[in-house]
Ligand binder design. Structure first.
Ligand SMILES: [Zn+2]
Length: 265
């Protein structure tokens, strides 16, 4: 056993020598450089990703609250714009807001501006009422291309202005005002559609509903829904201003519930 063990130890030692002497192939200086570069790049990528993850909530907060495009996202979300309308406004139009920190409208016009064909919505302030009005202009621009749709909106608004169902009291009042102001017709039986300001038939009805056009006190009768179905989902995340009596434009408020509403006008 003694001599056998000695032989085994000798064989083991020999085998160990073989393993030790088999050195791995050494990397060339070029490979070492490339390997280090890859590690540095990966490290930098990880650091940037980590920084972005840490800053993401802040960037999102800044975008939503301090940029015109963030404000537009907020309006579209709060008032339930359809996915189709959101995508259209994002991809086909630009938006400017002069004073984002002010909610109250100001200016000689409706505190905003949409010039047909301009693809740009200009807002003087971050007024939701004005924003919806101007976004509605931008959306109607695509619908009015079809002369039948344009004519049908005018005809249906005139029809709405004549209905006597008290359930639609507010909508009828708005329709009467729109027809009176933008039809340019003394007789609604003889309408010259070339003279009608159909853009304001649409935009003023849109800001009247603030996106809630199927339910509530500013709901429209069903024959009007087809014009607003593409723009609004009727699924709002906030209460429209007329429900909280907080609209800046008095005629947007649900003043049938305020006995002294005339004092506001
Ligand atoms: Zn307008």
């Amino acid at each position: 056993m003694g001599s056998g063990s000695a032989a085994n130890i000798a064989r083991g030692a020999h085998a160990t020598n073989l393993v030790i002497t088999k050195q791995p192939e050494e990397e060339t200086p070029g490979e070492v450089y490339r390997s280090r570069s890859r590690k540095k790049l990966l490290f930098a990528f990880l650091i940037i990703t980590l920084v972005l993850i840490i800053l993401a909530p802040g960037i999102f907060y800044f975008f939503i609250n301090y940029t015109p495009y963030g404000y537009r996202e907020k309006v579209m979300y709060n008032y339930g714009f359809t996915a189709k309308a959101r995508n259209y406004l994002r991809s086909e139009t630009t938006v400017d807001v002069m004073n984002l920190s002010e909610k109250k409208p100001f200016g000689f016009t409706h505190s905003g501006y949409w010039k047909p064909g301009s693809k740009n919505v200009k807002l003087n302030t971050a007024s939701d009422e004005v924003a919806i009005h101007e976004f509605a202009h931008a959306w109607w621009e695509t619908l009015r291309v079809d002369p039948k749709t344009k004519k049908a909106l005018v005809d249906d608004t005139i029809k709405l202005s004549n209905i006597t169902d008290k359930v639609y009291y507010q909508a009828v009042k708005r329709a009467q005002w729109v027809v009176h102001t933008y039809c340019s017709c003394s007789d609604t039986e003889l309408v010259d559609y070339e003279k009608v300001d159909d853009h304001h038939f649409y935009a003023f009805m849109a800001d009247f509903t603030m996106g809630k056009f199927k339910t509530g006190t500013h709901k429209l009768p069903e024959f009007m829904w087809k014009y607003f179905d593409g723009l609004f989902s009727n699924n709002l995340k906030i209460a429209p201003c007329y429900e909280t009596k907080s609209c800046y434009f008095p005629d947007n408020n649900d003043y049938s519930c305020i006995p002294t509403y005339k004092a506001l006008l």
